[in-house]
Design a protein around this ligand. Structure first.
Ligand code: FAD
Length: 414
């Protein structure tokens, strides 16, 4: 009974809506999204869409028609009033709710180009329209692509440029690619693989500003005084959570996420749960039971699915108090390289290569914290990951011994 409103029309929203209906909710359901598109899948945007293998429109997710939902697309939620139980949209409409799911995800972290401001040829990559625009630019045969930031999206775009036979420079302020998430030991191995494929990797460097001519990018200037010609730049500096519309609603929320309790109800500024409101997906920050209740916000496809389902069931009254705590998993395809992970590496104090050969580019690394396994990352050896998932789920002693792994070699202390 009552009226359910879902704000954010992405993956977590869709899975939440499906779970609501499956749990027996047959009342009015409204889904609000600021993009003019029905929910679509983002992982292919930095992979098959950029190579041209599939058009951006082909990423639309199935199952939308079966929901019997009212879709309000193309207008952002701007304000939540918990007393009146309404959400106001940018176009002036005011939508009531009895129960609300917050699933507004993240956006690409912006970077203000000093001196020149906005230039044609400079892109970020978060949405379907971004991917379509970047694909058009790459297909036009640029002379040189610059990728700023060697996180997952930056590494995917750089390796894909090499697949398209385009010259590409990847500039990263940290000592290795993917260092923030995977640490520098594993990051260095992955960096070497990309260099082997012809990516010009410049770690420990920072882009200071981008120079334009007639409003188009022509050159990038680095902080060390060097410069390079570039006609496309992709800014891949991570993501910011879409929580501004919650300002003034009395919830515990900031650019790092909206806080939830273990069940998934959002918390007010005094730390009390609001039983009418849940959050799910990239925007939610919640205490993870596998990590001693430390509050985490994830940016993983499988998490948006699992937490979306959990929140849908919670709002339907079908989740009697169960805490949400799915094992985090992630994958990234970088050219023909496949990186997969289980668990969270954050807070690791040591890492060991526990399977395969890192120098040969096929291995599993296991991450430890205070003598326990907390995460594992496979590089082109995903078949070993299930055994490692068990080590993480059972918090097995680190470094791990026994059947699941080779003898740990080269334990590196962070
Ligand atoms: P989103 O998918 O971001 O959906 C949120 C929606 O809410 C968006 O449409 C947003 O515009 C909308 N919104 C925001 N603010 C408002 C507002 N105020 N009012 C109304 N609507 C609003 N994960 C993996 O595990 N593996 C991968 O290989 C992988 N590749 C990726 C590649 C790319 C290019 C990107 C961008 C992400 C990738 N991810 C990957 C991450 C994964 O796609 C996300 O974790 C997932 O999309 C999160 O789903 P979500 O529903 O929480 O958020």
């Amino acid at each position: 009974s009552g009226r359910v409103l879902i704000v954010g029309a992405g993956l977590a929203a869709l899975r939440g809506a499906e779970a609501l209906r499956e749990a027996g909710f047959s009342g009015p359901l409204t889904i609000v999204g600021d993009e003019p598109h029905f929910p679509y899948d983002r992982p292919p945007l930095s992979k098959h869409v950029l190579t041209g293998a599939i058009p951006a429109e082909a990423t639309t997710l199935p199952g939308i028609g079966a929901l019997a939902a009212e879709w309000q697309l193309g207008s952002a939620a701007q304000r939540l009033d918990r007393q009146a139980r309404t959400v106001s949209l940018a176009d002036g409409r005011i939508l009531p709710y009895d129960r609300l799911l917050i699933a507004t995800g993240t956006r690409a972290r912006p970077w203000a180009n000093p001196h020149e401001g906005r230039l044609a040829g400079v892109f970020t990559l978060r949405g379907r329209d971004d991917a379509a625009a970047l694909r058009r630019a790459l297909a036009a045969g640029p002379k040189h692509v610059l990728v700023i930031g060697a996180g997952f999206i930056g590494c995917e775009v750089a390796s894909l440029c090499r697949q398209l036979d385009l010259p590409v420079t990847l500039v990263e302020p940290g000592p290795t690619p993917l260092g923030r998430v995977l640490g520098s030991t594993v990051g260095a191995f992955i960096g070497a693989i990309h260099e082997g494929h012809g990516v010009a990797l410049r770690c420990g460097r920072e882009v200071e500003w981008l120079e334009g001519r007639d409003g188009r990018l022509v050159r990038a200037h680095l902080v060390d005084g060097s410069s390079l010609a570039a006609d496309i730049a992709v800014i891949a500096l991570g993501a910011v959570r879409n929580t501004e519309w919650l300002d003034g609603a009395g919830l515990s929320a900031d650019p790092g996420g909206v806080d939830c309790d273990a069940r998934g109800h959002v918390l007010d500024t005094d730390g009390r749960p609001d039983p009418r409101i849940a959050a799910a997906g990239d925007v939610a920050r919640f205490p993870h039971p596998l990590y001693d209740g430390r509050r985490v916000a994830l940016e993983h496809w499988s998490h948006a699915v699992a937490q979306g389902v959990h929140a849908g069931r919670l709002l339907a009254g079908a989740e009697p108090g169960a805490p949400y705590g799915a094992l985090p998993t992630f994958w990234s395809t970088q050219g023909d390289l496949v990186v997969k992970s289980v668990g969270l590496t954050e807070g690791a104090d040591a890492v060991a290569i526990t399977q395969g050969d890192a120098a040969a580019g096929r291995f599993v690394a296991t991450y430890g914290r205070a003598g326990r396994c907390i995460a594992a990352v496979s590089v082109d050896s995903a078949r070993w990951l299930p055994a490692h998932a068990e080590l993480v789920e059972t918090r097995a002693p680190f470094p791990p011994e026994g059947a699941a792994t080779d003898r740990p070699k080269g334990v590196t202390v962070f």
